[in-house]
Ligand binder design. Structure first.
Ligand SMILES: Cc1cc2nc3c(=O)[nH]c(=O)nc-3n(C[C@H](O)[C@H](O)[C@H](O)COP(=O)(O)O)c2cc1C
Length: 344
């Protein structure tokens, strides 16, 4: 029997609150977006993947956009890499610095840059290495560890991989219902997600193509929880919707888009914050009167004032004057003022 204290049962506890989780998305899952998604009910929010080697060599500088707020609650940081020792060192370092509630290993990314070094989806071909990676990470930190996989490299072997991960100590596994070869084509296969889930003791979180409450309802019995990725971009309230809450009216959407800008400017500074928003803002404006006009012009915005003027012009009935960032957790304000902006 090991003397190691039991780890917190974070995943199972959080999943009891409805089971909708923000998927990791490179380029999108930054601190402001994670904050909004949690506020609307995401059980936890995963950062985009960060290189384990990068963390060991350069610490938090290796985050592209995923760096966490200080004291960020229900934070899960995702790592990629293929060396168990480096994975363990990186995990310990991230735990010391950010105190996440859990760490996750990316075993699904199909991008050649990641795969050619043996990381991401490449690990689907080597279940033994996948096992050793999760086991090394789990031993290095006092928090639960998980992995995110796909159905397989070019054929379905997710049961084998998931079982290897479970025996290596994974507290939870997320499964995107496509193979690496499929990339993002076709439909995510939720019957296979259900099949893999039935072979595991630990919770399996299904991922792929859930963008509405009806889709969530249809699939929720197939896994212990559901990750939402693309469906949450420009729509962080989707978590509230799928959990049975109300959708947002148009004025609330306009105000939320503006609030997202405020959060971004606070976190990154105006120049970087607004550039980052150019890829996000168009997603807020879809399917209602005025939305097309906003989408055409909003990718050019370079300042908060630009956005404000544009939204005031197209939606004169919507007041932006009282929109505030809103400190969504204790310490948020202090963390951001002492953190990112101070360093710009
Ligand atoms: C732009 C983008 C970036 C992504 N980045 C990551 C990542 O860093 N780590 C990861 O495990 N999956 C990543 N994914 C995969 C998603 O987490 C998710 O599994 C996939 O998009 C399917 O879910 P969806 O249909 O809800 O988007 C990314 C997907 C997209 C679209």
């Amino acid at each position: 029997m090991s003397n190691t204290p039991a780890k917190p049962n974070f995943h199972r506890q959080q999943l009891e609150q409805g089971g909708a989780v923000l998927a990791p998305m490179a380029g999108f899952s930054d601190a402001p977006f994670r904050l909004l998604c949690r506020e609307y009910g995401a059980a936890w929010a995963v950062t985009e993947m960060v290189s384990s080697m990068g963390v060991v060599m350069n610490g938090k500088k290796s985050f592209e956009i995923g760096e966490p707020y200080e004291g960020e609650p229900n934070l899960v940081i995702q790592l990629f890499g293929a060396d168990p020792q480096i994975m363990a060192e990186a995990g310990a370092k991230l735990y010391e610095e950010f105190k996440p509630v859990a760490l996750d290993i990316n075993m699904g990314c199909p991008v050649p840059k990641i795969v050619k070094n043996g990381g991401g989806a490449c690990l689907l071909q080597t279940p033994d290495l996948a096992h050793d990676l999760i086991s090394a990470l789990g031993k290095a930190v006092p928090i639960p560890v998980s992995a995110k996989i796909r159905l397989g490299w070019d054929k379905y072997n997710a049961i084998e991989v998931a079982k290897a991960l479970e025996s290596g100590g994974a507290a939870s596994i997320a499964l995107h219902g496509r193979t690496r070869a499929q990339a993002y084509t076709g439909q995510a296969d939720w019957d296979k997600i259900e099949e893999v889930s039935s072979h595991l003791q630990v919770p399996l979180i299904g991922s792929g193509d859930v963008t509405t409450k009806a889709m969530f309802e249809e699939r929720k019995h197939k896994a212990s929880g559901i990750m939402i990725g693309r469906g949450a971009i420009g729509r962080p309230w989707i978590f509230q919707e799928v959990l049975g809450g109300v959708s947002l009216e148009i004025p609330d959407i306009v105000r939320l888009a503006y609030r997202h800008c405020l959060l971004n400017v606070e976190w990154y500074g105006e120049h970087t914050g607004m550039r980052q928003m150019r890829g996000v803002l168009p997603h807020y404006f879809k399917g209602f009167a005025g939305a097309n006009r906003v989408r055409q012009q909003i990718t050019q915005v370079s300042s908060l004032e630009n956005v404000r003027l544009l939204l005031n012009e197209i939606f004169p009935e919507v007041s932006l004057d009282d929109v505030v960032m809103g400190a969504a957790f204790e310490g948020h304000k202090a963390a951001t003022l002492n953190g990112h902006i101070a360093r710009e």
